[in-house]
Design a protein around this ligand. Structure first.
Ligand code: RDL
Ligand code: RDL
Ligand code: RDL
Length: 154
């Protein structure tokens, strides 16, 4: 059975880890190891520990960058760290960020955080169990949360 890591934050305004775990469990049987850290900058090492110390084959790192300029910088730094942790461990860490200002109001924010977490959880299931399904979706303009944009047409 696959071991999947899920790490989220207390900074986020929605329980993204819970949505991700629920979606994984509905679609495959896996051992899921969950951690929660204060904010996005704490995600890279938490993910790396799940890979190196807990044997996770893939990790989801979920968080919500706030809307202020310093939050955007913080998110960029966190992303860079997540990429570095992937390169150091040769393991995918699927970054699920929802920027607070992507949504027009709190209702939409809740929808987006739930939906993006779930859709990336399905990406994880596909990457682990059905990589050929990902190849089938190549170039199809997939998005997570809001509508897919679809392929470009001429
Ligand atoms: O290591 C403790 C904190 O520095 C760390 O948790 C940060 O990620 C917290 N944080 C900020 O300091 C900040 O300015 C966060 C944000 N902005 C943010 O927008 N989203 C976060 N954390 O998840
Ligand atoms: O690890 C899962 C995702 O975080 C990762 O696939 C990102 O590359 C997805 N992504 C964004 O999150 C984003 O804000 C992409 C873009 N923008 C983009 O412009 N093009 C992409 N991915 O291919
Ligand atoms: O095309 C509209 C959006 O997809 C675009 O604004 C993205 O940049 C939004 N986005 C993020 O900002 C992000 O951090 C996305 C992701 N992550 C993501 O993982 N998947 C998305 N959008 O579809």
């Amino acid at each position: 059975m696959a071991t999947i890591g899920v790490v989220d934050t207390t900074f986020a305004r929605f329980n993204m880890g819970k949505a991700a775990v629920d979606e994984i469990q509905q679609n495959m049987s896996a051992k899921i190891i969950r951690r929660t850290v204060p904010g996005v900058k704490d995600l890279p090492v938490a993910a790396k520990k799940l890979i190196e110390e807990e044997g996770c084959e893939i990790v989801m790192a979920l968080g919500m960058p706030g809307s202020k300029e310093q939050d955007k910088i913080c998110a960029h730094e966190a992303s860079t760290g997540i990429i570095q942790a992937q390169l150091m461990t040769n393991t995918h860490i699927i970054e699920v960020f929802v920027h607070e200002d992507e949504a027009k109001d709190e209702n939409e924010l809740v929808f987006l955080m739930d939906q993006r977490s779930r859709e990336h959880a399905l990406n994880v299931v596909k990457m682990l169990c059905r990589p050929e399904k990902m190849i089938k979706e190549a170039g199809t303009g997939q998005r997570q949360g809001f509508e897919d944009v679809g392929p470009a047409r001429m």
